[in-house]
Design a protein around this ligand. Structure first.
Ligand code: ZN
Ligand code: ZN
Length: 158
């Protein structure tokens, strides 16, 4: 089902009160996600490119990688590592956690256009003196790897 398809209900929506135990479910990262998270363990940002979009005006290099091209719906199999450097496109400073409690230190989140990609990558900015759109940054990798997004400590200015 496409995400923009409209769903019509001919019966009213119902709700049920109770506790749903989610310990029995396991979320998988999927084929493209697995390649991305495996790459993180080796200090690599794994992206995927669409070759079928050659005639398209835009190029399409996705990071994190997707299984299918969002432009032409072709299956994507051309995975490769891109640089761990990029340019800040947007940022925000966060002072509270999800429950509204003040953080001990504010956190800076940024949308980063990683070099050689056409998408935006969300991560922390660290060791920032001057913050602005267009700031060049590079990933700081954790020694210890878990195959999670936090294998990158954050991105710091270059
Ligand atoms: Zn395209
Ligand atoms: Zn495409």
């Amino acid at each position: 089902m496409l995400p923009f398809m409209r769903i019509d209900h001919d019966t009213p929506t119902r709700h049920v009160k109770g506790i749903l135990d989610t310990n029995y479910y396991r979320y998988t990262a999927g084929i493209a996600g697995e390649k991305f998270f495996e790459g993180l363990k080796e200090n690599k940002l794994v992206a995927v490119a669409c070759k079928d979009c050659k005639d398209c005006e835009d190029s399409h290099v996705y990071l994190p990688p997707r299984m299918y091209c969002e432009c032409c719906f072709a299956e994507l199999t051309d995975y490769f590592a891109v640089p761990d450097t990029g340019t800040v496109v947007s940022f925000t400073e966060v002072f509270q956690d999800v429950e509204g409690k003040p953080l001990s230190e504010p956190v800076i989140l940024a949308l980063i256009n990683i070099d050689d990609t056409d998408t935006l990558f969300l991560h922390h900015l660290i060791d920032v003196d001057e913050l602005y759109v267009g700031l060049r940054v590079k990933a700081v990798w954790n020694e210890q790897k878990n195959g999670s997004l936090l294998d990158i400590k954050g991105f710091k200015p270059t």
